[in-house]
Design a protein. Structure first.
Length: 67
């Protein structure tokens, strides 16, 4: 689920389709938790660092940055 959500958000922000997204695992639902993902865009693999910024009820908010 994390990989799909990250891929969708990066596609929306870049305006270019993300072909594939893989993550090393799930993202722990606690502020400061980090996970590394790899996105393929235009045939190029791009590393991304996903960090939980807050947890509100059952909603986990996170930021995505270049790794």
């Amino acid at each position: 689920m994390l990989a799909r959500t990250v891929g969708e958000q990066v596609t929306a922000s870049m305006g270019r389709p993300v072909e594939t997204t893989t993550c090393d695992g799930e993202l722990a639902p606690r502020p400061g938790a980090v996970q590394t993902c790899t996105l393929t865009v235009g045939g190029e693999q791009l590393p991304a660092r996903v960090t939980v910024t807050s947890v509100e009820g059952g909603l986990v908010n996170f930021s995505i940055a270049d790794a």
